[in-house]
Every structure is written in C-alpha cells, then in structure tokens.
Design a protein around this ligand. Structure first.
Ligand code: SF4
Length: 364
C-alpha cells in the first residue's frame, strides 16, 4: 500500500489504524435506534414507589415539572425522520402521556401522516375507569394510528390505579385492534403472579403479550424499595446496541435509550430546544463515549472510574442499573466525559497528521 507511506513520522501500522478509525466511525457501524421515544411530560397521576422516572402529580422528583408541547413534538417527529439509522417507530411515553388524551391523538395522527410505520405508547391505563370510557379512548387512539399499547402494571401501581382500569383497557385494546403489552415489574417479595391475580381472567386472556422485568433501584425505587428485596444480576458484560431508542425527555434532553439514562444529566447528548435532533444524532454517532458504551457495554467504563479511585461495587440488577449509577452522579459522569474528550482530542490530532498522507495519495 504505497500511498500509506509518504509521512515517515507515522508507522504503517498506525496509518492503517487511523484509516480504519476514520472509515469505520459512524459510517460502517452507525449507532442504530429501534425508534424515537418522546416523553412529553414528567408528570403522572400516580406516584408509584418503584418508578424509575420518580414521576408524580407535580412532576418528577428528578426532573421537576417539565413538558413538551404538541407543536414541539411535531417538529421533532419531522426532523427525526432524516436520521438514517432510526427505525420509523414513534413511541409516546410520559410520565403519563394520557393526562392529555387529545395531545396523544394529535401526535399519533401527525406521526402517521409523516410516515412513521409503527406507532406505540406506554400508559398506566388510569383513564379506562369504565368499559365505555376505555372503548372511547381506544377507538380514537386506533383511528389516529396507535397500533400497540404498553400498560404498566404491578404491585406498586395498586396504590394508585384500580385493577379494573387495566382490565378495561385490555378488553378495549382487543376490541379496537390495538396490541396490548402488560409490563410487570417484580421484586423478591412481589411476583408477576401477584400482579396478575388482581386482573379479570377474561381480560387477561386478551393481552397480546405479558412482559416481566425486575425492579432495578433507579429513580424513586432507589430510595423506596428495600435493597434486599431487589433481584441482583451477575452478568454486567453485555452491551445494549440492539435495544436502543433515541429518546427525548420532557426537558428536551436527548439520550440513546429510555432505560434509565434518560433521567440523568450525565448521558444527555444535547437538547432539542437548542439544536435539531438531526445534529444531535450526528454528534452521538461519532461520540467515542457512546460508541464504547453501546458496542462494548457499560462495563468497559469501570476501569476508567477505578483508575480515578471510584469503586462501583458489585450489587447491580443489570447493565442499565450500572449505567444509571455512573451517569446520575455528576462526579462519575465528569470522569468518564473527560477521559473520552482526551481520546477524541488525541484522535483528532492523529487524523490531522494523516491528512497530508491522504492528500498525497489522491494526487498520485
Ligand atoms: S446500558 Fe445505559 S445506554 Fe445502554 S440501554 Fe442501559 S441505560 Fe441505556
């Protein structure tokens, strides 16, 4: 490879490395997203003890009271369509998005008219307080384009939501052609069977899917759920690239997922009130920090923190819990950001050295 050697100050191996980095970053392996998640409010009618968003009637304990207007979300929906590595799925979440059902219907309609192929939502189904009310909401949502409804339900919701609301929503979803997914969180003392036992058996049979996941101690759960009741996992070596959703929280901050990082300041890559989501997505795609996190896994950050005297401990539910323990703490997030800033600076200097080599290759 003759053209790799005009600059004798860089070894041929280094030149290959630099070229590989320059070519691969962002283009050969873009960070891909399963869809766009918009959390248009931090408020929720309920205030569940396990809530990872710490949401409640006056807003989130973490984010405060914040919301995105339908107009802002519509601009976001249109912009996001220009991100090539984003699947055409729109998921509306909160807080509780259905505090304002008319806004939900409007956003489903807009998303459908823009070309989103899969339109989904998460709700606690509080609005389904009678079968007629459940039917009216589901019919209008389906007409507006909603195809799938994830319903949060578990032991902790019982303090705030009547089980009959969830049963009504399952029945109305089935009647109007909306797939329903019951999402149930568990701890050692509160099982999936316990949560399901409160629902009407006939309604339960109409659920399209039932998913269960252990509570992990982030958000309000970190202070409200006894640590010994949590399930802890052993494997923290996984990565999350296959499950990412480009997420905008109620403050307008942008994240690679809605799995807890979306409630931190440390993993925000920008704000839609200041720049377009397209520009933010471009920056995310070339971020060494994000690429390390999603392709190698959050475990790859542990040695960086250890080097700076931070011991993370070993009681984590899963990789997202570990991620939250890093990025929800400003001092830890700062160490990680500084490390990758230095890496990116170093890389920029190497690319600058490479430029004359590439130019000379083009000329020859
Ligand atoms: S590990 Fe972090 S970035 Fe990845 S999905 Fe979990 S919270 Fe999101």
């Amino acid at each position: 490879m003759e053209y790799l050697s005009p600059n004798p100050s860089i070894s041929q191996d280094d030149q290959f490395d630099i070229l590989n980095e320059a070519m691969q970053l962002g283009s050969l392996m873009p960070v891909t997203y399963q869809g766009l998640v918009v959390e248009n409010t931090s408020a929720c009618n309920a205030k569940c003890r396990m809530c990872y968003q710490a949401a409640g009637p006056t807003g989130s304990d973490i984010l405060g009271k914040a919301s995105l207007s339908p107009e802002q979300v519509e601009i976001l929906l249109a912009d996001a369509l220009h991100i090539p590595s984003l699947a055409r799925r729109f998921h509306l979440a909160g807080g509780e998005a259905f505090l304002r059902p008319a806004d939900c219907f409007r956003l489903f309609r807009t998303a459908r008219s823009l070309g989103y192929e899969d339109i989904t939502t998460t709700t606690n189904a509080y609005w389904a307080y009678t079968p007629n009310r459940a039917a009216a909401i589901c019919q209008e949502a389906r007409d507006a384009g909603l195809r799938r409804m994830e319903i949060s339900w578990d032991f902790w919701h019982l303090d705030h939501i009547r089980a009959d609301c969830v049963s009504n929503a399952l029945e109305a979803g089935a009647r109007f052609g909306i797939s329903t997914v019951l999402r149930i969180l568990t701890t050692q003392s509160h099982s999936i069977a316990e949560a399901l036992s409160h629902l009407r058996p006939d309604a339960l049979e109409l659920a399209t899917e039932i998913q269960s996941c252990p509570v992990f101690p982030t958000g309000r759960a970190a202070s409200e759920i006894p640590p010994d009741d949590i399930f802890y996992g052993q494997d923290l070596g996984g990565n999350c690239h296959a499950i990412l959703h480009l997420t905008v929280n109620a403050r307008g901050n942008v994240y690679p997922c809605c799995a807890g990082a979306d409630q931190t300041q440390g993993l925000s890559f920008g704000n839609i009130h200041q720049e377009s989501i397209r520009d933010i997505a471009v920056r995310m795609n070339s971020s060494r920090l994000l690429r390390t996190l999603v392709f190698f896994g959050v475990g790859a950050l542990e040695p960086i923190l250890r080097e700076h005297g931070v011991q993370l401990g070993d009681r984590f539910s899963n990789i997202c819990h570990l991620c939250w323990e890093i990025f929800s703490r400003p001092e830890r997030a700062a160490i990680v950001h500084q490390f990758f800033r230095e890496q990116e600076l170093h890389e920029a200097q190497r690319l600058e050295q490479l430029l004359p080599i590439l130019q000379s290759a083009q000329e020859s």
